[in-house]
Design a protein around this ligand. Structure first.
Ligand code: ZN
Length: 484
């Protein structure tokens, strides 16, 4: 199906250099949000069913009930709605594939997103690479909830949502992509400039500042859109817990502080929804894309391939690679780049890693379908083999040096492990319109546990729109009888 949103919207690069307003909300997370043009949002917002889907990237399922973790706003929301014990996620358990699952109800085998970007293969014997600077339409092979909502005439917004660059079905769009300000909706950028949320200075230094500054801006942008237009379907992605967990690991002082801060950002968004005048008609769904695991050790498969003569270096650069590993946290996607030697290279990789320190499993293509992953014959970006790390080990692309297993230095936590690992389970809390307070999620087989593919069909039901294809189910056990 070709929908109207396939049409690319115009870029906003001209606007990106015109922002001169002082940004002043960082000092206090509880400070009043920048004032918008309207005196009182509740006067102009039409009362209508709305869903706000908010992801707190990298928040493990166990945190909701962990008294050592500060999450007052999320727990308050859970107390007036429902909370899963855990939500299983998709393979690979990384950010963009799982965000896309949340808004399609499909695993990556069908929606096609396998990395935080698109994989390209430069040629025979050369290492593949991934590029995040891509349009949503090039990344995602199927229509999303944004598309179906737009087709049904609903208003939409995406704040820091992955795989949405130049997606016309997102009315207010600030995509999760490098240089987001070049690809955000011009109207939204102008308004954020006028209200002081965005400045030239912030844009110039956005990626130099800490993740708290970025989450602060995305939260302020979300609050602005809610106040101005209260979209009927809105997806918001906050990211600093993930970045901090990567750096320090989960349940560390740094990680705990990031969680506490993201909860204040969540509180600002919930407050804005309540103040919009449409709070009673809005369902708030807070979830995540994956959990986290501490990784004291790191495995460098490309060093092993170099030792075996399958990869060569020119200085610090990989010059050629018959075999090359692209890490996705706890797994490495392994590519066999020369067709003539593919069979023998496959055997060689198995021989090199089958009893290797830190390796839990080597996954062959015959097992991909059961993991929700595509066959390489159907999706050329899919790896020829997957190396799975043991708990406590992460994967790295580094090919220099001669040590295959090293003590982790700059990255002490990761995700990407197979989704059957319960530590990859994400949080899921739902409250508001249509949600039965205190309902028990899950079924007899898996009490308390739901799947990330269930989120999109549940949102579709709440919004009264059709989702023609899904790997999940509507979470009926959590829903009240809805009146249109
Ligand atoms: Zn993530």
């Amino acid at each position: 199906m070709r929908l109207s949103e396939f049409v690319r919207s115009k870029g906003a690069s001209a606007l990106a250099t015109t922002f001169l307003v002082v940004w002043s909300i960082l000092a206090n997370a509880h400070a009043e949000e920048p004032q918008t043009s309207s005196a009182k949002t509740s006067d102009k917002i039409e009362r209508r069913p709305s869903v706000a889907l908010i992801t707190l990237d990298g928040l493990p399922a166990t945190f909701l009930r962990d008294p050592g973790v500060s999450l007052p706003n999320l727990r308050k929301l859970a107390a007036r709605g429902v909370a899963a014990e855990g939500m299983t996620v998709s393979n690979p358990s990384v950010t963009w594939p799982n965000h896309t699952t949340l808004i399609t109800g499909l695993h990556p085998a069908t929606h096609g997103v396998l990395f935080n970007g698109i994989l390209s293969k430069p040629g025979l014997g050369l290492p593949p690479k991934t590029d995040p600077k891509q349009d949503g339409r090039a990344l995602v092979a199927v229509p999303t909830l944004f598309d179906f909502a737009k087709e049904a005439g609903l208003s939409t917004a995406g704040i820091n949502w992955p795989c949405t660059r130049n997606t016309a079905s997102v009315d207010d769009n600030m995509p999760d992509v490098p240089e987001f300000f070049l690809n955000s909706s011009p109207r939204l950028l102008e308004e954020l400039k006028a209200s002081g949320v965005l400045t030239d200075e912030l844009i110039a230094n956005f990626y130099k500042y800490s993740g708290t500054v970025r989450d602060d801006m995305w939260a302020a942008a979300a609050v602005h859109v809610i106040r101005e237009r209260m979209p009927q379907f809105m997806a918001i992605h906050l990211l600093n817990v993930d970045g901090t967990h990567h750096k320090y690991g989960p349940r560390t002082p740094g990680g705990d502080a990031a969680v506490a801060y993201i909860d204040t950002c969540l509180g600002r968004i919930i407050d804005a929804i309540e103040a919009s005048g449409n709070g009673a008609n809005t369902t708030i769904i807070v979830t995540a894309d994956h959990g986290f695991i501490a990784i004291p050790q790191t495995i460098r498969p490309n060093v092993k391939f170099k030792e075996a003569g399958l990869l060569t270096m020119a200085g610090n650069r990989v010059e050629s690679a018959r075999v090359y590993a692209i890490p996705e946290g706890g797994i490495a996607m392994v590519y066999l780049t020369v067709p003539d030697t593919k069979a023998q290279d496959r055997e060689k990789v198995v021989e090199l890693f089958k009893d290797h320190t830190g390796i839990a499993a080597i996954v062959q293509p015959a097992e991909y379908a059961a993991l929700g992953l595509p066959d390489p014959a159907d999706n050329p970006a899919m790896a020829d083999l997957i190396l799975v790390a043991k708990d406590g080990y992460g994967m790295s692309a580094i090919a220099t040096g001669d040590e295959v297993v090293v003590a982790s230095d700059t990255t002490l936590g990761t995700h990407g492990f197979l989704s059957t690992n319960p530590k990859m389970n994400a949080i899921l809390v739902m409250a508001g319109r249509g949600i039965q307070p205190g309902a028990k999620l899950g079924n007899e087989k898996t009490p308390g546990i739901v799947r990330n593919v269930d989120v999109a069909p549940t949102i579709a039901r709440l919004l009264g729109i059709k989702l023609p294809q899904t790997d999940g189910r509507v979470l009926e056990e959590a829903l009240q009888t809805l009146t249109p």
